[in-house]
Write a protein that binds this ligand. Structure first.
Ligand SMILES: C[S@@+](CC[C@H](N)C(=O)[O-])C[C@H]1O[C@@H](n2cnc3c(N)ncnc32)[C@H](O)[C@@H]1O
Ligand code: SF4
Length: 355
């Protein structure tokens, strides 16, 4: 439409005015629609993100890709850590083939790292269920990183012989190098030594070429400890140090199976613990703020758990609705995931370790 002819004719002028308003309105409503649905719509869908405004597509796509997933396939455990935030609310475990199907869906959606956790992951089927999933993820799905977090009490050398090749990282949780403190926390099975297991597993990791990691929860019982010497001796690739976290319905509130309030420490005390261990170069600190929403957590039904409200709100299962729909309800904060160093060298072959 020529501008001169528009100005000359009042009818054309009116038409031009109406179409301009329509155009502005359409562009505005599209932006509002994208703003409301963009992050999830963009998930794993380059087509959707390109159609948006051509600017934030890669960012939106990244924000909802399940790059690193924690699958808590069982809630059962043989320990009784008083602060535990993933408790035995059910005894359900998926059939092996269903668990594999879910892991394949995640891999097809961009998963690069899987971490198996619990409950105690070595408890179910004496560690064979876990071993089969570890092997499947490395051999069939070819995931760059396969890891486990365990209390270490149920691991046998035979497991390493059978499945060690398929595992990149094994993290063992240890909150104290004083056996009586572990007993007080509940990080023990009966009178058995947690520390003997820890050192034994560290040696197996070296022998079977698995990267060894340690997780510690800092709480009122171990806050004054100096762990520098023991950690230096064990020499893990990473030492994750968590500030004890409360989750409603897990370790806090009326319906919870644990009462962790008496374990909770302030930000300042947590910082003092970190300062005391500043010479330990592999230490990776995780305050409550860093920890809460920076993990993609899948429960025993393969539902994402959203911790934004201070409890674990489940999505629908990825087995029923797929990853793309379920992940919208994960509450995952990708920025915090990156800020806490969630993405690191996680393939054992890339770690340049001396075995
Ligand atoms: C829930 S456990 C499951 C795996 C295994 N049973 C273990 O203890 O390592 C996973 C990790 O969460 C940590 N954890 C448990 N309760 C916590 C809490 N309240 N705050 C911070 N970390 C916690 C454990 O120490 C462990 O490193
Ligand atoms: S933190 Fe303790 S009680 Fe909780 S799952 Fe791990 S070993 Fe079991």
């Amino acid at each position: 439409m020529q501008l001169s002819s528009v100005i000359a004719s009042p009818k054309l002028l009116l038409q031009f005015f109406i179409s301009t308003i329509q155009c502005v309105f359409a562009s505005f409503s599209f932006k509002v629609f994208y703003w409301k649905t963009g992050t999830c719509k963009g998930a794993n869908s380059p087509v959707d993100s390109v159609a948006a405004d051509g600017k934030d597509q890669s960012k939106d796509q990244l924000a909802t890709t399940p790059t690193s997933v924690n699958y808590h396939f069982t809630r059962k455990c043989n320990y009784k850590c008083g602060f535990c935030f993933h408790t035995a609310k059910t005894s359900f475990v998926l059939p092996l083939e269903e668990a594999k199907r879910g892991l394949k869906l995640l891999q097809e959606s961009g998963m690069e790292k899987i971490n198996f956790s619990g409950g105690e992951p070595f408890l179910h089927d004496k560690g064979d269920f876990l071993g089969k999933l570890v092997q499947y993820c490395k051999q069939d799905l070819q995931l760059p990183s396969v890891s486990i977090v365990s209390n270490g009490s149920m691991i046998r050398e035979k497991w390493f012989q059978k499945y060690g090749d398929y595992l990149d990282i094994l993290a063992i949780s240890c909150d104290s190098f004083d056996e009586s403190t572990n007993q007080l926390i509940g990080r023990a099975q009966g009178r058995k030594s947690h520390l003997d297991n820890l050192f034994k597993i560290r040696n197996w990791c070296q022998q079977y070429k698995v990267a060894f990691k340690i997780n510690s929860v800092i709480n009122t019982f171990n806050i004054d400890e100096d762990m520098t010497e023991s950690i230096t001796e064990l020499n893990p690739v990473r030492w994750k140090v968590f500030q004890c976290l409360l989750i409603d319905g897990e370790n806090a509130g009326e319906t919870a199976l644990r009462e962790a309030e008496k374990f909770v420490i302030s930000e300042q005390l947590f910082q003092e613990f970190l300062d005391r261990h500043s010479s330990v170069s592999c230490l990776v600190p995780e305050s409550n703020e860093k920890m809460r929403n920076s993990y993609l957590i899948l429960d025993e039904y393969m539902r994402f758990l959203d911790c934004r409200e201070g409890r674990k709100d489940p999505s629908k299962s990825i087995l029923d609705v797929g990853v793309r729909e379920a992940i919208c309800f994960s509450g995952f904060d990708e920025k915090m995931f990156l800020k806490r160093g969630g993405k690191y060298v996680w393939t054992k072959a890339d770690m340049k370790l001396e075995w």
